[in-house]
Design a protein around this ligand. Sequence first.
Ligand code: 8YV
Length: 313
Amino acid sequence: MEAIGVLMACQMSPYLEQELEKRFNLFRFWNFQQKKEFLKENSNSIRAIVGNATAGADAELIDSLPRLEIVASYSVGLDKIDLGYCKEKGIRVTNTPDVLTEDVADLAIGLILTVLRRICECDRYVRSGSWKKGDFKLTTKFSGKTVGIIGLGRIGTAIAKRAEAFDCPISYYSRSAKPDSKYKYYTNVIDLASNCNILIVACPLTAETRHIINREVIDALGPKGVLINIGRGPHVDEPELVSALVEGRLGGAGLDVYEHEPEVPEQLFGLDNVVLLPHVGSGTVETRQAMADLVIGNLEAHFLKKPLLTPVV
Ligand code: 8YV
């Protein structure tokens, strides 16, 4: 039987590569300089794409692969996949929900503590020998602060649960109120931002949520407020965020994602009230393996004509 062709859209996990290679005819897209030529030559054997938060499947790629049946994303976020087009063409889509929820929620809390308690700056203080010259300055308490969450899905809920353990009053914004939620619901982000100390972005990136954090929201959060983004860079109008932080109109920020990764605005590098992470929300050995296993499980299920493990489309 002809081996099933699987196209990996970019480099993401050596373990996943190895496991895909055992089962399929794996094409590593990044190894081909002439992408168009490569697609032309192999369009008849590729039946699956493995994407992630960096590269997925847009209409152009989908159109160049007439035998494409499934896009399996090594991510929970689906913003790099043209979902509408996949639906229209009957191409199945899967992602990796649940397995990464805890890690991302843990990291959101880590970012809050690191920004408020200046953990990175404290570490530099000790390493540079400054402690010998005097005590570190006082920082800001986390426990009891009001936390606002944009998007009360799996990850938002896991963050809320953790913040509850810090005795934080919790409120949220989402498209509609969650009938079973005990948290306070705001019908718009500006009201949420005006009424919380820490604002966390935890919703999917869609046309509606792009730049959901704009100047007005930043101003509503204010000079004592802290923004945490573990969602996607384009949720935030980045130049507005940078100028607010540089001008002291926003109290601080903890960022795991950026508008143009891996580019990070250099104006942020000198700011001690900002913590910058390189998109590592799900980046633990345990979780990345579980994500890879889900990608493989979905592809195997599809090609064995069994129900998909985590279908989206
Ligand atoms: C990953 C992510 O960084 O799940 C998501 O949506 O952004 C992350 O888990 C990425 O897809 C791993 O390559």
